[in-house]
Design a protein around this ligand. Sequence first.
Ligand code: ATP
Length: 516
Amino acid sequence: MAQEDVFKKLVAHCKEYGFVFQSSEIYDGLGAVYDYGQNGVELKNNIKKYWWDSMVLLHENVVGLDSAIFMHPTTWKASGHVDAFNDPLIDNKDSKKRYRADVLIEDLIQKFEEKINKEVTKARKRFGDSFDEAKFCETNPRVLANQEKINTVQERFAKALNANDLEDLRQIIIDYEVACPISGTKNWTDVRQFNLMFATEIGSTADGAQKIYLRPETAQGIFVNFLNVQKTGRMKLPFGIAQIGKAFRNEIVARQFIFRMREFEQMEMQFFVRPGEEMKWFEYWKEMRMKWHKAMGMGEEKYRYHDHEKLAHYANAATDIEYKMPFGFKEVEGIHSRTDFDLTQHQEHSGKKIQYFDPELNKNYVPYVIETSIGVDRMFLSIMAGAYTEEDVEGKDGKKEKRVVLKLPAVLAPIKLAVLPLVKKDGLPEKARAIVDELKFNFNCQYDEKDSIGKRYRRQDAIGTPFCVTIDHDSLEDDSVTIRYRDTMEQERVKIADLQGIIAQKVSMKELFKQM
Ligand code: ATP
């Protein structure tokens, strides 16, 4: 199946099974704003818990915070967002569609990469076991030509971004004949800067309302509370502050479902360190965050690092963790070494000293910061994309049928356990209800008695429920039930008394954390 079709199916599946709805759908929707349905909110909460616990439970020197969305407007002047939180936009004159110039160029680089991958795949097929990929890439003329293009574009792109050279950004698009996917033409406007912050007013106009912004990142709430947390928590460097919360960006291009939203949620952690030690901690968090992703078992090959071509005005090192979405490798998380930029800026703009007294060095300084920043919604999308599977299975009368199954990590699944009486009579529903009543304190359970058992299994497969428990007539006699496992469809007879232990072990975050 083409990757585009996979993505379309995924979006449809998210709606059909109560994961994600378009916001204000009855009014034809609001661009790049989405609501999470009954299953979506559970998955989202589980992702947040997996992140929160990995930060706050596993690290005794990381504590939490929940700061407000509205902040004093000077915050955003100090952080640089008022002056520099811009995206370069470009319009196609024929389709009237708007694009981010940097994204068009990143896509161009990705096309060259795909061409190389195709050559490699073809050659691997031809040469079989004797294939030496490294040697092939060093010598094949087509691979070399494409690699040369990647290097040239990347170098020019980084230079243009760093120099804020909007003309050359446009010229790269012209020189490499990038066409608008809608109109197919190369009729482009100039590139302009566009500030992404949403503004609103606080206070009544009679009192002189003040212009304020909806925060475009949660990080600044952490920076302005650095001293509050450090002093009241008696925190010693190095230590971190973690926060989960909404952020808002008036994104120019909003065509990739929950990948790029105007209202989204971030999970950010700022780790404050001694100046000069930031690279050590940057490497630590880079590795730690990758382990967190890989522990979910979605496949090691689905993740990669991508170092930034252009460093943000505050950073001295930055990398992204990318996930292989149906539309290519895309950023899910950023890890940035933000130096002492933010704290110093807030110190200057507020006129208040924001420093740490280091008892070992016997001196005051502004700490350096390593940030890990991940979007809950992008994480959600990556998990859904990795989990969505279509399989041919043997149905009734030996006929082939299609099974759509979400192979979600069990710890993240919205419903952990479906309890299904084989028939709606003979005391089986009561027995099933008793199991739900016992296990609902530990797991999110769903009771279902409608339709054939096969149909009920399919419904649970489609929302990623890892365990279905079936109660049959024998259960009344032997206090045993059948567990059916989602991924293998294997069935196992177990004692009702053992259910809780079996499931608890399989949905425990502890097992994931132990891998980190
Ligand atoms: P992009 O280059 O894709 O616009 P970014 O580099 O601006 O992303 P950051 O500012 O580093 O993103 O934000 C940290 C994380 O927040 C991202 O890795 C992503 O997961 C998430 N994020 C950022 N913008 C959005 C958005 N518009 N919708 C959903 N998630 C987002």
